[in-house]
Design a protein around this ligand. Sequence first.
Ligand SMILES: [Zn+2]
Length: 496
Amino acid sequence: MNMDNEMKLKGKENKPVIMVIVDTLMDGPLKEAMQTGMAPALKFLTEKGKYFPNLVAPFPTMSVNVDTTLLTGTYCHEHHIPGLVWYNKKENRLVNYGTHYRELWKLGFIQAIEDMLYNMNETHISRNVTTIHEDLDSMGKSSASINALVYRGSSPHSLELPNLLAFLTELPQNRVVKASRIFTYGRFSKIDPSRRYQHFWQKLGVNDSSSVQQLAQLIHHNNLPSFSIVYFPELDQRIHKNGRMDLAGIQKADQQMQKLFNLYGDWNKALAQNIWITLGDNGQAWVHPERKKAVIDLREILSSYKIMKLRKGIAEGDQIILAVNDRMAYIYSLDLNSTPLEELAPVLQQDKRIDVISWKKEKCIIVRSGEKDGELTFHPKGMYQDQYGQSWDLRGNIDILDLTLKHRNVDYGVYPDALARLYSCLYSHEGDFLIVSAKPGYELVGEGSPVHLGGGGHGGLHEQDTLVPLIVAGTPTYPDRLRMVDLKKWLLSLIN
Ligand SMILES: [Zn+2]
């Protein structure tokens, strides 16, 4: 082999992959921002690489589920993180990884901190699946996780609680967690020892500037591992508040990317030395500005049933538990004899703003809708093939999930990968429950749920919640299937 080829091969082998997840990056606003000069760094990546407008996120479209799918290459029926809020039957309590302080306060602040910081990664994510960090570690390669909510890996790290938080919660100040070899999680664990961007009012370091500063340390010291996942959390908050077309939010995220590229001097060097993968984690649907129109209050719809109060936990006579994930919700029946799921479905169907109502019945899945008549019944392994190589048995009104049948093929409309995503959600955890998802324009509400009037919301099955852009630059290979669940296999092939 001549020197040139050897260099090329070596270069290819050693090119570290940097994956930047911009929470709630969406195709429409990103294109607009790039066209109007507000996102030069992302435009650079798009021009030098390849832009895919429609990557499919898993359902529910909540970050914890999305990130676990991304890291494990499985949907939630395998990885077992069903959303931000869910009822844990084994522990007989509602788990909440952090929706809103009102809700957390009612559930117990200490429990929420514990669930978010430790339990999700340490106990809730199934041990039957492996994360990309664990896979790379067993391949003898190292990886970094910077401010990602899901971080499980093989290397022990100490998560350190700030004094005040330890004092308030009476949780141990240090706890060992298993994470990627290089690991940053706000102020709790970090690469760069400085306190910049790490204060209480800066979300304890879980912010874009801190993510960039930590990654910059690795780039600067030539310490990048084979794979780094870097999380930019801020755009999500802005879009919740300002709506889908918040271009200023994209501009801010882009400025952070520019800071990273500037470390190389010439931006082309950033591409020559690294593979850059940039993506959103979920989209957001628009939300009506008027409370009366926007809010679907599940407590009102189900007012003839006794619903568990958050503060009390399950009390005698309770029939229903609500676990609201913004635009989707799990509705649990505590006793199928007195509160059968079939009886709840028509009650929920009375609200036309709920477009998907679904539950398991024996080996099948039933889907109904507030706006369409009839019923769709499906299960895996049937005569209809979809574009992802999955086959389905389908009976009843296929319009409910906007499906189109052509010969032996089934195509998806406004609910991408609808069948597998619904299936995974219904098999994600124990319990007798229905799931509901709202049409764009609306948010579901239980006790203490946040609402985003005139802004955006997510969690739903609809494409507005689901589709995100993906930009791949610095490599000539691309994923063959544009679903989040399929990315891990491709990432591993890039690294190895
Ligand atoms: Zn959000």
